[in-house]
Design a protein around this ligand. Structure first.
Ligand code: ZN
Length: 198
């Protein structure tokens, strides 16, 4: 049965930081379902393509480099930054492949995937995949900003370890605070990603 208690929209405060979700996503009961991860709101913004990416900044008339700072090769857009970029794909697909045989590899496929799996709240892999998507978007956006504003960067291997550790910390905190009905998420994450630790 579809859940009806977790369909609340994110904050309605407008501006760069917060936007109203589009109609397609408002009925999806995944917002805050398993506790609020750092990337929950960011995913909403990515799906609506509302982050101040360089392609948008240039359309607004700002003089800025068009290139993605993660790969230095393509124009930075939402689609490129989070899915098409070689750096990002090597983060998302690397972990998501542990949960699914064919994880979505672009923005539209990701929206369809979220819509399809949105009601399978109790399934461990679904919950882990959604949390992974949220954290991936979060760490990639942070990495992009750190490269631009602080001139520091994490190599791919360092970023993979960082994301894995962030997932484990998130799942541990959810378990300790009992914010999930599935108290085996952390153990399931270890199991699903065990092949990556060999
Ligand atoms: Zn790139």
């Amino acid at each position: 049965m579809p859940q009806t208690t977790n369909t609340s929209s994110p904050p309605r405060k407008r501006g760069i930081g917060f936007v109203k979700p589009n109609q397609r996503l408002t009925g999806i009961p995944w917002y805050g379902v398993e506790g609020l991860s750092p990337g929950t709101l960011l995913v909403w913004q990515v799906m609506q393509q509302r982050l101040p990416t360089r392609d948008r900044l240039r359309r607004w008339g700002l003089q800025t480099d068009e290139k993605c700072v993660l790969c230095g090769e393509e124009e930075e857009s939402h689609l490129h930054l989070f899915f098409e970029c070689s750096y990002s794909a090597n983060i998302w697909v690397y972990f998501a492949s542990c949960c699914w045989n064919s994880p979505p590899e672009n923005l539209e496929a990701c929206q369809d995937w979220i819509t399809r799996v949105g009601n399978d709240k109790g399934k461990s892999r679904v919950v882990l995949s959604k949390l992974l998507l949220q954290l991936t978007v979060y760490v990639l956006w942070n990495e992009r900003n750190t490269r631009i504003f602080r001139n520091k960067e994490k190599p791919l291997e360092v970023m993979r370890r960082h994301l894995d550790k962030s997932m484990r910390n998130l799942l541990l905190s959810m378990k300790e605070r009992r914010t999930t009905t599935n108290n085996l998420l952390l153990e399931d994450w270890y199991f699903l990603t065990s092949s990556l630790r060999m």
